[in-house]
Ligand binder design. Structure first.
Ligand SMILES: Cc1ncc(COP(=O)(O)O)c(C=O)c1O
Length: 388
């Protein structure tokens, strides 16, 4: 039999998936990176109405002009003057990411990626024949990149830097000064910036800072309604850029990859845009209460120290138990009734950490934290015994 392409063979199941496969039904799960909310009722109703009204066809490749225009307008406080030509609808952030890499990366190019990372970035670069070069975003540096690390990685074959904030898995975000440092680095080396801002509506203090509006012409922003409107299963997102030539390349690729996004869904999102404009902040307020609860609990446990995340719905505590790595620790916790992700699932820099997604109700968070505490106390007693 003829074999398979290296790009397929090279892709391994993520460490996040591995834990799910091992888990029973009775665990308290901090594993899933999706809101436990349903999409706004108006969106569900509008989707039903749109289908009944016959919006079940292909749309133009870039998507419904009215929706694209509305999205562009929603960014006017960052970047005035954009319109439908600056936006291409995609079938999710995942689809948007791949399209950006397909548009930019040739075999032989390399791309700078943050680590710990959202596990799709590396495989996306591989699919395009590129090389991933990871820059660490460590606990010791508040999970922020260091320009000196970036300078050590960049060379003449570096095509782009991807940055994600608020971050999955760390929850860290950027202030304007930190954003500008990254921007200066990219400008200095003439790099594209792929900015993954899918958690832009889940920030806990002040407004989201974006690469949009910085005036640099080599920026592709990806976003998604998965988190904004809790519609992970709908699969709808977009790419936005002030660079119309880049948008033309993106739209050509979108035609090949999915032809267009979903017709009725685009109508529904358009309606929800205004009718449910407060929905993301209602969710964010609940996530903030959960964040406070989970951080307080974790920081009181043995072996744990944890930064309070500024956005998204993940906490990425440092949990170093002598003699076991993060995957073994996650398995211990699973045996104790809690599913979370080992930090190593997000790259080497994630070792020594665990990721908890606080996408479950506060009561379950408390019950889950009781279990985590019991396991860590047991491991502490064991460590003390072996020292004695
Ligand atoms: C950082 C980041 N980017 C992109 C995505 C993709 O989201 P989706 O494909 O659901 O739009 C996710 C999903 O978890 C994510 O965490």
């Amino acid at each position: 039999m003829r074999g398979y392409a290296d790009r397929a063979l090279g892709i391994q199941p993520t460490g996040v998936r591995k834990m799910f496969d091992m888990a029973g039904d009775d665990v308290i799960s901090f594993g899933l990176g999706e809101p436990d909310f349903q999409p706004p009722e108006v969106a569900i109703e509008a989707m039903t109405r749109a289908m009944q009204a016959g919006h079940n066809k292909y749309t133009t490749t870039a998507g419904l002009p009215a929706l694209r225009k509305r999205i562009a307008e929603s960014w006017a406080s960052y970047q005035p003057g954009m319109d439908e030509n600056n936006v291409c609808m995609t079938m999710s952030g995942t689809n948007a990411l791949l399209n950006c890499f397909l548009a930019l990366v040739n075999p032989g190019d390399n791309v700078l990626l943050p680590e710990p990372y959202f596990p799709l970035y590396g495989p996306d670069v591989t699919i395009c024949g590129g090389e991933s070069r990871y820059f660490p975003c460590l606990f010791e540096h508040e999970f922020l990149p260091q320009i000196s690390d970036l300078e050590a990685l960049v060379d003449e074959n570096t095509k782009a830097i991807l940055y994600n904030f608020p971050s999955n898995p760390t929850g860290a975000t950027l202030n304007a000064e930190q954003r500008d440092e990254l921007l200066d680095f990219a400008v200095r080396h003439d790099l594209w910036i792929i900015t993954d801002e899918v958690y832009d509506r889940i920030v806990y203090s002040g407004d989201h800072i974006s690469f949009m509006g910085t005036g640099y012409e080599q920026i592709l922003l990806i976003n998604s309604f998965s988190k904004t409107f809790a519609m992970t299963g709908w699969r709808i997102g977009y790419i936005m850029s002030t660079n119309l030539e880049a948008m033309a390349q993106i739209v050509k690729l979108q035609y090949i990859v999915t032809a267009c996004s979903n017709d009725a869904m685009q109508h529904a999102v358009l309606e929800a845009f205004d009718a449910a404009s407060d929905y993301p902040s209602i969710m964010a307020a609940e996530f903030k209460a959960r964040r406070d609860l989970i951080c307080e609990r974790l920081n009181a446990m043995p072996f744990v120290s944890c930064h309070v995340p500024e956005g998204a719905f993940y906490v990425f505590p440092k949990v170093v138990v002598p003699g076991i790595n993060s995957e073994e620790l996650a398995i211990e916790l699973l045996k104790g009734g809690v599913l979370c992700s080992p930090g190593s699932a997000f790259g080497r820099s994630g070792e020594g950490h665990l990721r908890f997604a606080y996408t479950i109700c506060r009561e379950d968070i408390s019950r889950g934290m009781d279990k985590v505490e019991a396991v860590l106390e047991r491991l502490r007693s064991r460590a003390l015994e072996s020292e004695a």
